[in-house]
Write a protein of this length. Structure first.
Length: 157
């Protein structure tokens, strides 16, 4: 068995210490865009969630800018999320009308997508979206729904 020695103040230790048993596993390296709490793929039957997460992150800002209909995302978001996103998009459209601004297609780039799966059938993610002058975050919780992913929670930070 390997032995470890303790040197205190340059003096030799009274007796060597022995390693009896490992108390924990060595830390594993985390990779961005991979499930941290579970395997890289939360469920083998479910598709990779990162593609949907990146597309939802971009689509939310396109809807708020007025260049995408919220109805196009209806299949991928829960009814409660759809209602809140629709209200927010309508509010943004009224604000543009009041200010006399036209609808302009924003240049949107997804910078990063960090996700984890706390349990089977659930993915929690943060998507960083670059809008040019600002970088915003979208927090999304996906849950399994009829064999596919559906956003049950969605918050724009």
């Amino acid at each position: 068995m390997p032995q470890a020695q303790r040197a205190v103040g340059g003096k030799a230790p009274a007796r060597p210490l022995r390693v009896i048993a490992k108390t924990h596993e060595p830390p594993q390296k985390e990779e961005l865009g991979k499930g941290v709490l579970t395997s890289a793929r939360p469920d083998l039957e479910m598709p990779d969630p990162e593609v949907l997460l990146r597309n939802l992150g971009r689509s939310v800002f396109e809807a708020l800018a007025g260049v995408r209909e919220v109805e196009q995302m209806a299949r991928w978001i829960a009814p409660e999320v759809f209602t809140r996103l629709l209200a927010r998009a309508q509010h943004a459209a009224r604000a543009r009308r009041v200010r006399g601004r036209s609808v302009r297609r924003p240049v949107i780039e997804t910078r990063a997508c960090l996700w984890q799966s706390p349990r089977s059938g659930v993915v929690e993610a943060t998507v960083l979206v670059d809008l040019g002058p600002r970088v915003r975050a979208v927090v999304i919780r996906l849950e399994e729904f009829r064999g596919r992913w559906r956003a049950e929670r969605l918050h724009v930070l």
